[in-house]
Every structure is written in structure tokens, then in C-alpha cells.
Design a binder for this molecule. Structure first.
Ligand code: PMP
Length: 333
């Protein structure tokens, strides 16, 4: 018998090929099958590992990123973690720029992966030399620096066109009828959605989920609390022609569903996942037993324990009300 040693060359080869899991409880009363693409199985804990690999490899090929170069990106979250993991494995330095409202926990995660984090004051004008925008632009102009810019980088949607889309088509054996995802940079929905539309001859419906107030669902950029999705401008990574429908979801509905996913489906995921599931369930209303709705869940709930999973935080924002007939702080919801 051949002696087979099984291992991965590095964490980079573990990016992608995430599982699909059927939602069984929150779907009560619906006839369609609703499957979740659980992206926290990526090594950095989110869907953003996919774009990190593709953006860095493309920059190596084009020569924009040279050996020993520095990756500079204004990011405070999932994209930073993905970039930091790929960068350290390939010998690049990372400098991330983030506003001072970002939690120390998030900054420490990026530093743990070896990135340098520059924290900028929020209370200054964008024109101020210390502003988030000016600092990242200045660092990106240094010799050897390269700025991925996930909002305009075509390799962001391309990574989903090449990985997430084909994975879903194969995993469902071509039975997927609807794809639902939150829209932040728009990379996930544009790349995955365009692939699925092409491979199905236009049969797969693509539905965007958006926080109420964001521009994608007709808002003006009004503040909302769900993180990672919605914008106050239209990034070029988003292809507005890909979506058949955009469903706006409130913070309260998003967070209450996020809690239900942990409690009822065993999925400890982030707030944009709850938001996407609310939209997916709305889209699934009225569909038949042959319909297969896939909803993409971008990250884990571990980064939101002191917010969405804190009763005090939820109650302070009025998000616990109407959760049940007699819900009170401290009740098990
Ligand atoms: N949810 C979370 C938590 C995210 O970090 C992001 C990425 N900004 C998204 C959803 C949206 O993904 P995309 O940028 O591909 O539209």
C-alpha cells in the first residue's frame, strides 16, 4: 500500500470549497429548499479570503506587487485578515489603515497575523493630512507599495466568478434556482451571480440583500448597524445588471435572525448573514418544492459577541422588542 501523507502546502490552499448546509428551522412553512454557503470555514474566517488570494496573485502576475513589497489597504475587518494570511505566506508586508472607531479586538486580530495597523482619527475632515483617506493614499505611494482596493479591483468579482459560482453549480448539481447575497463592495454577488446566470442560461435568479438606508435599495446612505454591507456610493466592483431584485432588510430583523441562526441552526454567524437569510426567506415565499435557494453567509459571529449576541447591546438599540410575546432582557430568546 502506498504511504500517503496528507497535508496542505499552506493555509492558502484551504481557501474556498466551503460547505453548503440546509436550513431546517428558520425555513418552517416554506416549500423550497434553502441552503447556506458557510464562508466562515475559510482559514481567515470569512468570504474575503477568496478575494485576497485572487487580488494578490493577479498583482504578482501584472508586476504591480514585487517580491518583498507592501500591501496597503484601508480595511478594518475580514479583507485585512485574508490579505494578511496570504501576504505572510508569500513574504509581503501588510499595512492596514483604519478609523479609530474600530474595536481593539479587530485591530489585534490583524496584528496577530503580522500586519501593521495605522489608526487614524475619525474626528477630522477627509482633507486633513491625518485622515483615513489621506494616510492610506500617502502610504500607497511609497516605493514597493501596492493597494488592492477591493471596491474597484476586477479581481474581487473575478475570484467569485472562478470559485464561488462553480462551487455552487457543482454542489447543487445544477439545481440551484436562486442565489441570495448581501452587497458590500458587490464583488460576491456580481462574480457569483454572473457565473450562475451564464452557466444556467439565465435561469438562476440573483437577489441582493441590503441594509435599509443603503444606496443599493434606493437609500441615501443613512446609517445602519449591520457591518460589511450597504454603501453610500456605487463601487465599480458591483455590476448592477446582475441583480434581478434587491431586498432591503432592517437592522432589527437582521440581528434577530442572526441570533436565531445560532440558536436554531447551530450557525454562529455575523449580522450580514442574518440580513441575507431574511432576504432569502422572503425570496423563497411562494416558491415550490423543486426550487433551491442558496444564501451566502460571509463570516462568523465570533467578531460580534459584544454586540449582536449581547442582550444589553440589543436592548439598548431597541432590537429585543417584539422578539416574542413576553421578551425581556435576560430572557432566552
Ligand atoms: N458581509 C460581511 C461581514 C463583509 O465583510 C462583506 C464584505 N464587505 C460582505 C458581507 C459583502 O461582500 P461583498 O463586498 O463581496 O459585496
Amino acid at each position: 500500500m502506498e504511504n500517503m501523507v496528507q497535508f496542505h502546502d499552506s493555509m492558502i490552499s484551504l481557501v474556498g470549497n466551503t460547505p453548503l448546509v440546509k436550513l431546517n428551522r428558520v425555513t418552517e412553512g416554506l416549500q423550497a429548499t434553502v441552503l447556506a454557503k458557510v464562508e466562515y470555514f475559510n482559514p481567515g474566517g470569512s468570504v474575503k479570503d477568496r478575494i485576497a488570494v485572487r487580488m494578490i496573485e493577479a498583482a504578482e502576475q501584472s508586476g504591480a506587487l514585487k517580491p518583498g513589497g507592501t500591501i496597503v489597504e484601508p480595511t478594518s475587518g475580514n479583507t485585512g485578515v485574508g490579505l494578511a494570511i496570504v501576504a505572510q505566506q508569500k513574504g509581503y508586508k501588510c499595512i492596514f489603515v483604519c478609523p479609530d472607531k474600530v474595536s481593539m479586538d479587530k485591530i489585534n486580530v490583524m496584528r496577530a497575523y503580522g500586519a501593521e495597523v495605522v489608526v487614524c482619527p475619525t474626528a477630522v475632515d477627509p482633507e486633513h493630512p491625518d485622515s483615513y483617506y489621506n494616510v492610506s493614499d500617502r502610504l500607497a505611494r511609497e516605493p514597493g507599495a501596492w493597494k488592492p482596493d477591493q471596491y474597484s479591483n476586477p479581481n474581487n468579482p473575478r475570484s467569485h466568478y472562478e470559485t464561488t459560482g462553480p462551487e455552487l453549480w457543482e454542489q447543487t448539481e445544477g439545481k440551484i434556482t436562486h442565489f441570495v447575497a448581501g452587497v458590500g463592495t458587490g464583488g460576491t454577488i456580481s462574480g457569483t451571480g454572473n457565473y450562475l446566470k451564464e452557466v444556467s442560461g439565465g435561469k438562476v435568479k440573483v437577489i441582493g440583500a441590503d441594509p435599509e438606508g443603503s444606496v443599493y435599495s434606493g437609500g441615501s446612505g443613512r446609517p445602519y448597524l449591520v457591518e460589511g454591507v450597504g454603501e453610500d456610493f456605487w463601487p465599480t466592483a458591483y455590476d448592477p445588471n446582475v441583480t434581478d431584485e434587491i431586498i432591503a432588510v432592517s437592522d432589527k430583523d437582521s440581528f434577530q435572525m442572526t441570533r436565531r441562526l445560532a440558536k436554531e441552526e447551530g450557525l454562529l454567524v455575523g449580522g450580514s448573514c442574518g440580513m441575507a437569510v431574511v432576504a432569502a426567506l422572503k425570496a423563497a415565499e411562494g416558491l415550490g418544492p423543486d426550487d433551491v435557494v442558496v444564501v451566502l453567509l460571509p463570516d462568523s459571529g465570533r467578531g460580534y459577541l459584544s454586540k449582536i449576541f449581547s442582550d444589553e447591546w440589543m436592548a439598548g438599540h431597541g432590537f429585543l422588542e417584539e422578539a416574542g410575546p413576553s421578551a425581556r432582557i435576560g430572557d432566552v430568546l
